[in-house]
Design a protein around this ligand. Structure first.
Ligand SMILES: [Zn+2]
Length: 281
């Protein structure tokens, strides 16, 4: 195997759908086994292979993603008989997911999203004919009825609500005891992002908010979300939880936070922003 890896913080990636790589060229490949991908065991970088060599490995559903650092870049699924080459290991994508859009972890998320979309969309949902990949854009087209299917992206908001110098955190029923995060939820059809922020906070905690401002975003391909982060100020109301989705909610000072998500997630970045702004007030 070629000892060359996609590593470092900055990866130049140009998405594409037409594979022009030759068999004697080196290409990157994200080989997935469930939600882990093959990396070198040391730096966890993404390996390159000669394309001819890649085609002989125990993989299936090879899909072209585009060019990364001027090399062809692919995703594939490891077959059951795939054997991990010495010096490599499967690494869980969630553990390394990073907010930096230039990093290889973003690209791993992209690869994961496209591969799963491809695996789930083999036949037309209208006429059941086979779908084929469009060469013009990231889409699949039914040759029989003309239906075009794009990768699904499900927008969801996440919001840091501030009251005086405290932040609103909630514990979902599915979280472990003592673990809290920000209010979040999926956008409804026909809803603006700001209306979604106001609705989710009101539904989950009984609090009304104002001054809703965009903060940043993060793709979250488990399976297909795009998290859109906001900050907001408390307007009115007392905390009341429905008990169905949320089991606890409260206001927290920067120096008295419960266990919260890490900085790799947009939730962690929003909480970090809050701590930086309100710590010494
Ligand atoms: Zn069709």
């Amino acid at each position: 195997l070629a000892k060359n890896f996609l590593g470092g913080a900055n990866v130049e990636f140009i998405p594409g759908t037409v594979d022009k790589t030759r068999h004697d060229e080196l290409v990157y490949c994200f080989i997935f086994q469930e939600d882990s991908y093959l990396t070198d065991a040391g730096k966890l970088d993404v390996p390159v292979f000669y394309k001819s060599e890649l085609l002989k490995m125990g993989i299936e559903n090879l899909i072209y993603l585009g060019e990364a650092n001027n090399k062809g870049c692919f995703a594939a699924k490891a077959r059951k008989d795939f054997s991990v080459p010495p010096g490599y290991k499967f690494h869980e994508i969630r553990l390394t997911y990073d907010h930096d859009l230039c990093s290889r972890f973003w690209l791993a998320g992209h690869a994961f999203h496209i591969l799963n979309w491809d695996l789930k969309n083999k036949t037309c949902t209208v006429c059941k004919a086979d779908l084929c990949c469009s060469l013009l854009e990231r889409a699949k087209v039914c040759k029989s009825c003309g239906l075009t299917i794009y990768p699904r992206i499900s927008p969801a908001i996440i919001v840091a609500v501030i009251k005086d110098n405290k932040i609103l955190l909630a514990r979902k029923n599915t979280y472990k005891k003592g673990y809290f995060s920000l209010i979040s939820g999926f956008v409804e059809p026909g809803e603006t992002l700001e209306a979604c922020v106001a609705r989710e906070v009101l539904e989950e905690t009984g609090i009304k908010v104002k001054s809703i401002r965009y903060f940043g975003s993060q793709p979250w391909p488990f399976p297909d979300s795009l998290m859109i982060g906001f900050t907001a100020e408390y307007a009115s109301g007392d905390i009341s939880i429905d008990g169905n989705e949320i089991s606890e909610a409260d206001w927290f000072l920067p120096d008295n936070l419960p266990r919260v998500p890490g900085k790799h997630s947009i939730a962690g970045r929003l909480i970090d922003w809050f701590c930086g702004k309100y710590k010494n007030i």
